[in-house]
Design a protein around this ligand. Structure first.
Ligand SMILES: N[C@@H](CCC(=O)N[C@@H](CS)C(=O)NCC(=O)O)C(=O)O
Length: 283
């Protein structure tokens, strides 16, 4: 790890872009101070405005007094500054590919979700169709990526080793808490089952090839599904049409770190509703 440094992140757990960065920090085990930007929709703090005067948006990373804005740029900055536990792959082509798909999510998926958020009933089907067309690309990326996770060969073996490593503390915890009943113990048991199933069923779940891309896609999708299910009241993901993606999503949502980053669902939903109101009022 790089030498001691003063590291702050201005963000919010209700912001998918901030969640990407928080997830990367957890993955790389980097200590930092989190400065919650409570009300970024209306009243921005002076610290935010001064740190990101161009966009005035979260997240902003402040490293030894120097501010870095834009989530993808922050992710690359932290990977370059703290190279342990890389969150982008080493190979330049793979890095370019991860950036390409992250940009695709930001350019195509997220804006369609924003449109769905404020859509009139008669516009919704068209937007959903458009999102599903884009989602087909992501489904195919996962299919093509099957060599990254649970495939035979070096990479698959590496990932299987990583899964075994993840199982060690879970097994230990379950052993120490044998016979106890609690929601947490249940979640641990479920986590163990998911990991054991994965070890058994090779080639069934794949990922996007690196932490950055997994985080970008996961947090964007999590928000988009909330918008489509809870606000637009339309189901976006057909499990047959998007079988790989749905499985990946289910598996990824069991990730402890991801579930501990996200705010309680009702808080997040209220926030999304407030965003919809704010966006509608500017129409
Ligand atoms: N492209 C930016 C997007 C950041 C962004 O849109 N942040 C939202 C919160 S999730 C924000 O600060 N919105 C305040 C505003 O639009 O004024 C990134 O990747 O960091």
């Amino acid at each position: 790890m790089a030498e001691e440094s003063d590291l702050k992140l201005i963000g919010s757990r209700k912001c998918q872009y901030s969640c990407r960065v928080i997830y990367a920090m957890y993955t790389k085990n980097i200590p930092y101070e989190f400065i919650e930007e409570e009300d970024y929709l209306s009243t921005k703090t002076t610290l935010l405005v001064e740190s990101n005067p161009v966009h005035k948006k979260i997240p902003v990373l402040i490293h030894n007094g120097k501010a870095i804005a834009e989530s993808m740029i922050i992710l690359e900055y932290i990977d370059e500054t703290w190279p342990d536990e890389p969150i982008l792959r080493k190979d330049p082509y793979e890095r370019a590919r991860a950036r390409f798909w992250a940009k695709f999510v930001d350019d195509k998926i997220v804006p369609a979700g924003e449109r769905l958020l404020i859509a009139e009933d008669e516009e919704k089907d068209e937007i959903i169709k458009e999102i599903q067309e884009q989602m087909t690309f992501l489904e195919n990326v996962i299919k093509e990526n099957s060599e990254y996770l649970l495939a035979e060969g070096d990479e698959g073996d590496y990932v299987n080793d990583e899964i075994r490593k993840l199982l060690v503390p879970i097994e230990k915890f379950l052993e120490e808490n044998e016979g106890k009943e609690s929601e947490y113990v249940d979640r641990m048991r479920y986590q163990r089952k998911v990991l054991m199933d994965l070890l058994e069923q090779k080639n069934t779940v794949s990922d996007f090839g690196c932490v950055v891309l997994n985080a970008v896609v996961y947090f964007a999708m999590n928000e988009l599904l909330m918008i489509s299910r809870e606000i637009a009241q339309i189901e976006l993901l057909d499990a047959d049409q998007f079988s790989k993606f749905t499985r990946w999503l289910g598996f990824t949502s069991q990730n402890f770190t991801i579930s501990s980053i996200l705010p309680p669902k009702d808080d997040y939903l209220n926030h999304i509703r407030a965003r919809a109101e704010a966006a509608k009022s500017t129409l």
